[in-house]
Design a protein around this ligand. Sequence first.
Ligand code: NAD
Length: 260
Amino acid sequence: MGIMAGKRGLVTGVLHETSIATAIAQSLLREGAECLFTHLPGDKMERRTRKIAESLGVTSPWLQPMDVGNDADITACFDRIGRDFETIDFVVHCIAYADKEWLKLGKFAATPRAVFANALDISAFSYMALGNAAVPVLKDGGSIIGLSYYGAEKAVPGYNVMGVAKAALEASNRYLAMELGRVKNIRCNLVSAGPIKTLSSSAVGGFDAILERIPQAAPLPRNIVSAEVGDASLFLLSDLSRGTTGQVLYVDSGYSIMGL
Ligand code: NAD
């Protein structure tokens, strides 16, 4: 029997087979979890997410449109979960967005106010908002995770405003953990993943240079694969990590420990 047998939760961010959320869902399903999925609004988006969920072996997937920039979408999602299932065990936030025009080398300082605000709204505020909206349906001892990147802590050329958003995400994770742990023993943790080629990461200028750097400098001389993020996420979403909250778990070939 898998370590997630009898557990059910929400997985956001399944857009493509390369999506990190797809790998997380795969790990969860392998260990017996039931996964509910959200997608950006629209028939085309629904079809894409449905196809991936089915390819992972989920027949008749539970699908809900949700643009996290829209409060009503967030409310509708958790209201429906309450109606359909009463409670869930976990929430996976696998969402980020910034206008790619401003994810180019040398294009941080001039980032327009609206681009900055939108990146923080979709990539950081939404983590807190999903966590808050999930409280009524999350079981006591429930687990929430999100995805960060080392560009939250250090300046990474091209990552720009997304690095600022990830810094806000990491701080939000600590504050969310502080409050939700006291409410219902809910745990909140992030996985800081090394670079993986996905639709979002391809928008980061200089991403190929980041991918080339890891095998040269990291303790494990290779880039990570999304299944490794999936399995680390599984740990944080399972009872195996029941004493851990407010943390960032690095799945980055060890790159973040290096001083040079
Ligand atoms: P991806 O493009 O597959 O996933 C990004 C997801 O964000 C998509 O599913 C997209 O639909 C969703 N999204 C964007 N705007 C949204 C909105 N307004 N409402 C709801 N959903 C929205 O790329 P990914 O690399 O799998 O990204 C998933 C997470 O992993 C992100 O938080 C990303 O920053 C993080 N991450 C990625 C890497 C990497 O190298 N790929 C490294 C570290 C962290």
